[in-house]
Design a protein around this ligand. Structure first.
Ligand SMILES: Cc1ncc(COP(=O)(O)O)c(C=O)c1O
Length: 427
């Protein structure tokens, strides 16, 4: 039976309960949220009152006057959400194109602006062509379901993003899952898949969104080539943020031009929203005509395309942004390791800070928020129960003072809640 009190509330048990009706489940869940709000531990859907930047104004947990806070929970890695050039180009696009295309690219929504951006994205990703989608989520769904159907085989890392998992589910293909970044286990799946009929696809995250780890793409590419299986990399968190010049996880791993399909999003380093898939010309033409999540939905608004096109130009002409992001992430990460936090292993802007205790994780995020530090709490279903963590993200626009303030607060909170378990040692 599902625990009623908010501290012990078991969402997994609620979802799998066979004895309650949906109405009963909704009523119970609603009560738990009300109780969490009353105890000021409802940490989702916190409300901000201004732009998403390194400093934000956010409404207090009591619903009181907005407070100025340091934001360390945003994927706005390069600070482009409010970049003057992107804003100007978006405004100019409204003047030129209006606020939307009122239809899909397939029919009436395709503009010269969309085409220009798709061509430039393809070059950026060392591919022949690319296609825009309304979001990264729909890009993954559209792409996978255009490739696989019933009788086909999807092979994915166990920590893949939900949108890859959902794409595989929606396709109806048989799903084989390999242990996280374990290429021996991937090969086991490839061998199993060899004996099965149908089209095969391997899909991995380039940068794992909850762990900040970069996939071992070199051996993954080699294995996929050896077994003749298509490879798709979701580079949502790599694009603009990883690799010497910010071209992503493929640049970092030295495999540009060797991956069949590269997916990305504009909701992270680009600071906006929308998604894309890049690949060979025949593949992108296939997607244009068979990716239902791209065909049966309206074209991305020109103002958004214009802003992202400007974002791409800014990324390429200002390599110091990605350099600064790396520097800030390293400063944060090293500081956390020195004070004894257990953190993730790779040097990306996503720093998982393991608490491994739901109640303590809530307490830390709540107290940090009340003191002006905005952190994300990550728990089931985003990660496995028992691996609760804070997801601390660096931005190129954080000042050294921001980082020092955040670290000193986290040090205090780590001591207070007894989570500094691993002094001086990274995972
Ligand atoms: C790895 C990964 N893929 C895809 C997505 C979906 O991207 P979007 O926000 O553009 O829908 C996300 C966003 O959370 C992500 O982290």
């Amino acid at each position: 039976m599902v625990h009623m009190d908010v501290e012990n509330f078991d969402v997994k048990a609620l979802l799998s309960d066979q004895t309650m009706s949906l109405q009963e489940k909704m009523t119970l869940f609603d009560r738990v949220i009300d109780e969490a709000r009353a105890k000021k531990i409802y940490l989702f859907f916190r409300t901000t009152t201004g732009p998403s930047e390194a400093h934000i104004n956010a409404v207090t947990l009591e619903g009181g006057r907005p407070m100025n806070m340091i934001m360390m929970a945003s994927n706005n890695y390069l600070g482009l959400t409010t970049h003057p050039e992107l804003k100007e180009r978006a405004k100019a696009a409204i003047d030129k194109w209006g606020i939307g295309m009122a239809g899909p690219c397939t029919l009436n929504g395709n503009t010269t602006l969309h085409q220009e951006f798709e061509s430039k994205l393809a070059v950026f990703k060392h591919c022949e062509a690319s296609m825009l989608f309304p979001s990264g989520y729909s890009a993954n769904i559209g792409c996978i379901t255009a490739i696989l159907g019933k009788g086909d085989v999807f092979i994915g890392d166990e920590l893949n993003h939900a949108s890859l998992i959902d794409g595989a589910r929606f396709s109806g293909a048989k799903r084989l899952v390999f242990k996280h970044s374990d290429t021996v286990d991937l090969e086991r799946c490839l061998i199993e898949a060899k004996s099965l009929p149908g089209q095969k696809l391997v899909a991995v995250d380039g940068v794992y969104s909850m762990d900040g780890e970069i996939a071992p793409l070199r051996p993954i590419v080699d294995l996929c080539k050896r077994y003749g299986v298509m490879l798709m990399v979701d580079d949502a968190h790599g694009t603009g943020a990883v690799g010497k010049t910010g071209r992503g996880s493929l640049e970092y791993c030295g495999v540009e031009g060797e991956v069949d399909i590269v997916m990305g999003t504009f909701s992270k380093a680009f600071g906006s929203f929308g998604g894309f898939v890049a690949g060979s010309k025949p593949f992108i033409n296939w997607l244009r005509h068979f990716a239902r999540a791209g065909m049966f939905t309206a074209a991305v608004a020109p103002m958004n395309v214009a802003a992202c096109l400007a974002g791409l130009e800014v990324m390429q002409s200002h390599p110091e942004l990605v350099e600064k992001l790396r520097e800030n992430a390293a400063f944060l990460r090293n500081g956390l390791i020195e004070m004894g936090y257990e953190v993730g292993r790779d040097e990306t802007a996503i720093i998982p800070v393991f608490v491994r205790d739901r109640i303590k994780a809530y307490a830390i995020v709540k107290e940090a928020y009340e003191r002006g530090l905005f952190l994300s709490l990550i728990e089931y279903p985003a990660v496995a129960p028992g691996s609760e963590r804070l997801r601390v993200t660096a931005m190129a626009t954080h000042t050294r003072e921001d980082l020092v303030t955040a670290l000193s607060m986290l040090k205090e909170l780590g001591h207070k809640y007894g989570v500094l378990v691993n002094p001086g040692k990274a995972l």
